[in-house]
Design a protein around this ligand. Structure first.
Ligand code: ZN
Length: 492
């Protein structure tokens, strides 16, 4: 959660999307074939234009202009030699530790700081850049939208939460997840080929891109299904390693001068980059959520609840997704208008409302119901009603909204959990929490030949994190490194 707040309207945009009833035929820029598409180039651009601020609000931009400039320069050079050289591509580094890169129609390409930290050469970055540009030039997103629209499957089908929470999609969904359309295997292979082609064309050896799939595979093994993004939309890293390796070798035969890798230059660029979660944007510790920048804290539900912190909200949900608790900021300036806006935007029927105080701060507690519009019977109505418990708290010139949601029959089982978080909201004064700092990447050079394990030991890295650091370096711990090799380490 960040101090600057914008609501995420991604889902609403997608449901009411302007592309629903539009049709036509156009030529695919990559294949040259005519194909049915429901989106014209200008519609594609306006979709990108609408998405972009939402993605920026959801993740936040990485506040380092040199990285933004670097990605833009590399991206624009590659876009020029792509199949859509006239499209005004935009390249952004977003402030997330998740290892991900993605493209949005209209030519918007996003790289997280997490993926940038995990590249081990400029050539790897160029390969992934080419892959994402490839999704745009081959108009894969259009194809996905088209298929899904034709099949009359709303993009809502991609939502992480159970259908009961759909009405709270802007609150409860990981909104940006919708951005990660699942491309088909064919789309992915085509983008891999385009990535290899584009990277080679601008002078890079495309083989290191294949190495990066190994890194992705290792991250996936370490985190299991918890990584949403690049991995779920880009499956089977092992298989792609061999394919991309072969593609790169074939392409290099055509352009033998394309040999640039630039490992050291890229690593030097990573010096000082924030690594992992940035606690200044909020962190959870022993069932308490702390936000050093906004200076508040509140008790969280038990460890067994899934937890997600994004710039626009902090969200907890039970593993069976029967209950959610979300903290967000209201855009309104006073308690009454914040609660009214919330009730009306979610079509909630007020049950009770009362003015109260929470640890000395003015607050308004609202209990409301979301009643299904079309219910077959009164029983059906009772079973499908969602009960919504919201506390609006005035703190530091802003209105915080802590809302818990569960189906009416389940609600009493969660009420105490919701109340504990709401009533426990207070200002953060603990200097240790207020002064929390993120880790940063530090590049070190080894003076004599040794393996990675010994090098990490020499630079006083935490032995418990050696596996993680080996992945970060794209190496094995027993790999012997020549004198003068640079490696990534992390420090506060
Ligand atoms: Zn892809």
């Amino acid at each position: 959660m960040k101090s600057l707040f914008l609501r995420s309207w991604v889902l609403i945009l997608l449901i009411s999307g302007s592309f629903l009833f539009l049709s036509g035929c156009s030529r695919n820029p990559v294949t040259g074939k005519k194909e049915l598409t429901l989106m014209s180039e200008s519609q594609e651009k306006s979709l990108g234009l609408e998405y972009d601020p939402q993605i920026q609000a959801e993740y936040g931009m990485y506040p380092d202009s040199s990285w933004q400039r670097y990605l833009r320069e590399k991206g624009e050079a590659m876009a020029k030699i792509s199949h859509r050289p006239k499209l005004p591509f935009q390249f952004r580094v977003i402030d997330s530790d998740v290892v991900n890169a993605f493209a949005v129609p209209g030519g918007y390409i996003y790289f997280t700081r997490g993926i940038l930290a995990h590249f081990n050469s400029e050539a790897q970055l160029m390969g992934v850049l080419g892959h994402e540009i490839g999704h745009v030039t081959a108009r894969h997103a259009n194809e996905q939208y088209t298929k899904q629209t034709l099949a009359q499957i709303g993009l809502i089908a991609g939502m992480a939460l159970s259908p009961k929470f759909r009405q709270f999609s802007d609150l409860a969904s990981t909104g940006v997840q919708l951005m990660f359309l699942k491309f088909s295997r064919d789309n992915e292979s085509q983008s891999d080929q385009l990535g290899v082609d584009y990277a080679t064309k601008v002078g890079y050896d495309a083989a290191p891109m294949a190495e990066f799939f190994k890194t992705l595979g290792r991250i996936s093994d370490a985190h299991g299904a918890r990584i949403p993004s690049f991995l779920s939309t880009h499956p089977d890293p092992g298989d792609r390693y061999n394919k991309v390796k072969a593609m790169a070798a074939a392409k290099q035969k055509e352009l033998p001068q394309a040999t640039r890798i630039d490992r050291d230059g890229y690593l030097k660029r990573l010096e000082g980059m924030i690594y992992g979660k940035d606690p200044r944007q909020g962190f959870k510790e022993a069932e308490v959520f702390y936000h050093p920048e906004l200076k508040f804290q509140f008790p969280t539900p038990a460890e067994s609840w899934a937890y997600e912190n994004t710039p626009s909200k902090v969200q907890f949900s039970t593993k069976d997704q029967k209950a959610i608790l979300v903290l967000s900021l209201a855009q309104e300036k006073d308690l009454q208008s914040a609660s009214s806006a919330f009730l009306s935007s979610h079509k909630l029927s007020s049950v009770t409302q009362e003015r109260t105080t929470v640890n000395g701060f003015q607050a308004l507690y609202c209990l409301s119901d979301l009643i299904p519009e079309q219910s077959a019977s009164p029983e059906d109505k009772a079973n499908n009603t969602m009960r919504v418990s919201s506390m609006f708290i005035q703190y530091n010139g802003m209105i915080y909204n802590l809302t818990g949601v569960a189906a009416l029959p389940d609600f009493s089982g969660y009420e105490a959990v919701f109340q504990k978080s709401m009533r426990g909201f207070k200002s953060l004064t603990d200097p240790a929490k207020l002064g929390a700092k993120p880790e940063k990447i530090s590049i070190q050079k080894i003076s004599k030949s040794m393996n990675l394990r010994d090098a990490l030991t020499a630079f006083k890295q935490d032995t418990k994190r050696f596996d993680e650091l080996a992945v970060l370096n794209g190496m094995e711990l027993n790999e012997v490194l020549p004198a003068g090799t640079m490696i990534k380490t992390v420090s506060k």
